[in-house]
Design a protein around this ligand. Structure first.
Ligand SMILES: [Mg+2]
Length: 270
């Protein structure tokens, strides 16, 4: 559990970041703005999240983005936010930072052949097990084992994937909670945050995330990592993290976004 001290420290850090001239606010999607569900297609934004994102995007000199492991078109469908940022001011970055607006993730022949091989091997691992399945993305394949009832089966399947297709040359592995993503193109949420910081000329970056993949985002925050001392990395929930701050729940993420929006000059209806 996170403590009252965590909550107060996080709020104070967000209040400081809210006062900079240009602020980038980035959020992971699953587990950060959207509760986990067993069928990833049925995920939706938590109540109040869209309103808070819209309010922030309407603030002056404030760049808002969702940085998700999902591909952009899926992220758009489930978040109900258009892929083109012009309409909303909210940028969608997909596939852990490898998929951007206006840049289709076209693969080379070598990458496409490797992805086909990785996908076939993951399918062979998942197929015999009800509850395990492979998710297909433009530059990666993802093994999902969350719905397998026995922990030992979940671990065995993940181990098989790590020892097999994940060890092929040119494969980039990202481990999540009961999820293993094998990509044929390197990407990281950290690289995405750096790009938005530079593009916007931002004075601080705030990033909320809950999972292992978000650690690459937290790792680029703060002066020791080329960022600002007003950067705020916020881990959602328990578990080890490189983030300096923590909140307990998705509701606290939404409340934090609302607070940032209020502080940057746009008040919100209750
Ligand atoms: Mg997440």
């Amino acid at each position: 559990m996170t403590s009252e001290t965590d909550f107060l420290a996080t709020r104070a850090a967000l209040d400081r970041a809210a006062r900079v001239a240009h602020l980038v606010v980035a959020c992971d999607f699953d587990g950060t703005l959207s509760p986990f569900v067993s069928d990833p297609e049925t995920s939706r934004l938590a109540p109040g999240a869209r309103e808070a994102l819209d309010a922030l995007a309407a603030c002056p000199s404030t760049t808002v983005l969702l940085v998700s492991g999902r591909d952009r078109s899926t992220l758009s469908r489930i978040s109900e936010i258009p892929t083109e940022s012009e309409a909303t001011g909210i940028h969608l970055v997909g596939q852990h930072g490898s998929e951007w607006e206006g840049e289709p993730a076209a693969l080379s022949e070598v990458e496409a052949a490797l992805l086909a091989e990785v996908t076939a091997q993951l399918e062979a691992i998942a197929l015999p097990h009800e509850g395990a399945f492979v998710e297909y993305k433009p530059s990666s394949a993802v093994l999902h084992v969350r719905s397998l009832p026995r922990a030992e089966d979940r671990e065995r399947l993940l181990s098989l994937a790590l020892e097999g297709p994940a060890s092929l040359e040119g494969v980039f592995t990202t481990e999540g909670k009961s999820v293993l993503e094998l990509a044929v193109r390197e990407a990281s949420k950290g690289a995405a945050l750096q790009t938005f910081r530079e593009r916007a000329g931002a004075d601080a970056v705030v990033f909320f995330g809950d999972d292992v993949t978000d650690e690459k985002g937290f790792a680029v925050l703060g002066p020791a990592h080329g960022g600002s001392d007003l950067d705020v990395g916020v881990k959602v929930g328990d578990g080890p993290t490189a983030a300096a701050y923590r909140v307990a729940s998705i509701d606290e993420v939404v409340a934090s976004l609302r607070r940032l929006a209020s502080a940057r000059g746009v008040s919100q209806p209750d």
